[in-house]
Design a protein around this ligand. Structure first.
Ligand SMILES: C[S@@+](CC[C@H](N)C(=O)[O-])C[C@H]1O[C@@H](n2cnc3c(N)ncnc32)[C@H](O)[C@@H]1O
Length: 675
């Protein structure tokens, strides 16, 4: 019975049970298996039977109320593993097989697969000690693990981690098989026909989907995969009330913990332990919609030269770990271990982090981005308060993480469910793939909600950190310095052919303009920051104005370059152009009859506080915009994150304790890929 079917409505239950009793036929092979099992000291509760259905395969079901909790007990003697090839082991069956010569030569797990292949071959002619058991094992055609996907099935995994994991599993199997065949040939053993790659893959799938770890029954040795006939007939359910009971060196049993609750006809499940859907599909050939433990695995790869540079700035020093995160991750190799994204409410809990919207991101990844951001800004980790790095640094980390997640989300859109699937493999592939897509989109949206909270559109910016386009920056300039705004507006008319009738019309015009493959707004930002910084540097009053505070906050992190730094550089902008934007364009003044009465003279580009101030401010504006301007979700608008310079106000959004409700942002509407 599937998990979904377990939830069936009471009124549907009778009909379901009637239908089920015809679907679930007793199976002659199952009967032979039970007879063989009992004849060899295996114990199966008299209250259960092994049933078979096309959708559930072989499985266990109750035929009457359970009189005891023990369902099945398999003696060590009946188990199948490489130990059966080792004459020194007395507690297990011995087979007379040429494979015995390779104990200690081939890896144990490879030997177990070869033994299984050999026994399958024998079972086909009714031979071998495990014949009734092997006869009940699924054949390759019935296998649904991603290892058995054809090209069409694999297409359903595009963009997922499982696509790569499946390919590398197949590559490893091929390598192990080739090695085994070579070793057998070198030993002058005729390689049997049945030892083909497909059989090797079959044996590996049997072991991955139904073996147990040996350590419970053989606690005195390194664990290895071992098959327990009949114990392995139970299907999996997360809700199974089951207990594993091993008596070391004797037997292994499954017990139903709430056996009174089992009704006649009920399927009895094992619990294989919670796993990610990728693991389920790769090893067992099924997976679950809404798997509660599902995470999104990320493998970081830090290229060697970058790793060396980051090591020098303190990547591996525990004292540099930010946001109160646990430092334990530093002991793991970032290039080897998987990191997992976790959505809100995940049963494994999220990661410790004083920034609540970063709690779904693995600490290694947050830390790496922290160090990279510091390196980009030329800031020594020692000079930063690691418990609460400034909000500007949090913002840069957020942006970098968001861009990476956004790219990944594009590769993995959430898809509508097709009405039907060509086969069960593609159905499971869809369930897995969409589960993964939902995680990456959920974590991305969690970060996106922060941008939405900060973003201000077409209105005066409040006195807090904001994400704005040039529209809102111009609104602020107009409010703070109307005269300077007027000059800038004229500059826009001349140099960008942009007339500001309304803010929306300006936004529409500037969004549509491109310059050498860049949005023209990028260069408007540069000129605007030049104008604002020039104003800031040359105005000594009105320092409380918002536009001044933006520049002040920016210059705390990005100081004006020195004279020496700009000395040999080509000027970034044309002086006349900057003069026009900042000091007013030379334009005719007309009388009522539209006759030119006077040419307005441009003001000089003043440099009151230092040598080559204009060039330095221009280089500064250019550098800051190049580093900090960004676009969100493919929108044409070029945005900047600007702070007030008041640390308490600026840090509030980053260290606020409550989580932002998703979908409640005030900014751009989320673009949902694939919808
Ligand atoms: C240990 S065997 C269980 C016996 C199996 N049904 C058989 O026919 O041999 C594990 C395999 O059973 C199937 N299985 C177990 N639990 C399942 C579930 N909840 N949903 C779908 N298939 C399941 C999968 O094919 C899995 O690889």
């Amino acid at each position: 019975m599937s998990d979904e079917k377990r939830q069936i409505l009471p009124e549907a239950k009778d009909a379901y049970l009637r239908q089920r009793s015809t679907e679930f036929e007793a199976h002659p092979q199952a009967e032979r298996l039970v007879d063989w099992f009992k004849a060899n000291a295996g114990w199966l509760s008299p209250d259960v039977e092994i049933a078979y259905s096309n959708s559930r395969g072989f499985h266990l079901r109750a035929i009457r109320p359970l009189s005891s909790s023990v369902l099945v007990r398999c003696p060590l003697r009946l188990t199948l593993s490489h130990l059966n090839l080792d004459n020194t082991q007395t507690a297990v069956l011995h087979v007379d097989s040429p494979l015995k010569a390779f104990v200690g030569v081939l890896p144990n797990h490879v030997l177990t697969r070869l033994l299984l292949i050999e026994q399958r071959y024998l079972a086909k002619t009714g031979e071998g000690p495990w014949q009734p058991y092997i006869a009940c094992l699924p054949e390759p055609e019935a296998m649904t693990s991603s290892v058995w996907f054809d090209d069409d099935d694999m297409d359903c995994l595009v963009g997922t981690n499982l696509a790569a994991a499946t390919r590398s599993t197949l590559a490893l199997l091929t390598e192990e098989w080739e090695h085994a065949v070579e070793v057998l040939r070198d030993a002058k053993l005729p390689t049997p026909d049945f030892l083909e790659l497909k059989s090797f893959e079959w044996a590996a799938s049997i072991l991955s989907s139904r073996s147990f770890s040996s350590d419970r029954i053989l606690p005195d040795r390194e664990p290895f995969p071992i098959l327990f006939p009949v114990v392995d007939i139970l299907n999996h359910s997360t809700n199974a009330n089951i207990e594993w009971d091993a008596r070391p060196f004797e037997d292994f049993a499954l017990k139903q913990t709430k056996h009174e609750a089992v009704q006649p006809g009920d399927e009895i499940f094992n619990n294989y332990f919670p796993k990610q859907n990728g693991e389920w599909l790769l090893a067992y050939g099924f997976c679950f919609p809404d798997n509660p433990v599902e995470q999104f695995a990320i493998k970081m790869t830090i290229p060697l030269p970058m790793e060396e540079a980051l090591r020098k700035v303190g990547l591996y020093k525990p004292e540099n770990v930010p946001f109160g995160m646990s430092k334990a991750f530093l002991a793991s190799n970032p290039n080897q271990e998987q990191q997992y994204l976790r959505t809100r409410g995940h049963p494994f809990e999220r990661y410790e982090n004083s920034v609540c919207f970063l709690r779904g991101i693995p600490p290694w990844i947050v830390h790496l981005h922290f160090i990279m951001v510091l390196q980009n800004l030329g800031i020594e980790p020692a000079s930063v308060d690691k418990a609460h790095p400034p909000a500007r640094i949090v913002f840069d980390i957020l942006l970098k993480l968001y861009e990476a997640l956004e790219m990944k989300s594009r590769l993995l859109p959430i898809l509508d469910s097709p009405r039907t699937f060509p086969n069960i493999k593609q159905k499971y592939a869809y369930i897995y793939r969409n589960g993964q897509a939902r995680i990456i989109h959920a974590v991305r949206e969690e970060l996106r909600a922060v941008f939405d909270k900060l973003q201000v559109q077409n209105q005066m910016s409040p006195s807090r950190p904001v994400i704005i386009s040039t529209t809102e920056a111009l609104i602020a300039l107009k409010s703070d310095f109307p005269e300077h705004y007027q000059r800038f507006e004229n500059g826009l008319k001349i140099y960008y052919d942009t007339t500001i009738l309304t803010w929306s019309s300006y936004s529409a015009q500037i969004s549509a303009l491109e310059e050498a493959d860049h949005p023209a707004e990028l260069s408007v930002w540069k000129v605007l920051l030049f104008a604002l910084a020039h104003l800031y540097t040359t105005t000594f009053e009105k320092r409380d104005k918002l536009v001044h505070r933006w520049i002040q906050a920016l210059q705390q992190l990005h100081p004006l370059p020195t004279v020496a730094a700009v000395d040999d550089e080509e000027p970034v902008f044309d002086d006349d152009m900057l003069g026009d934007f900042v000091h007013g364009v030379k334009r005719p003044i007309r009388d009522l009859n539209h006759t030119v009465v006077q040419e307005e003279l441009p003001l000089e580009l003043g440099e009151p506080t230092g040598e080559r101030l204009g060039d330095r401010v221009a280089a500064w504006a250019d550098g800051v915009v190049e580093r900090c301007a960004f676009q969100l979700d493919g929108s044409e608008r070029m945005l900047m994150y600007l702070e007030t310079g008041d640390e308490a106000v600026d840090g509030e959004w980053a260290y606020r304790e409550e989580e932002i409700e998703l979908g409640q942002g005030c900014g751009v509407v989320l673009e949902k890929e694939g919808e």
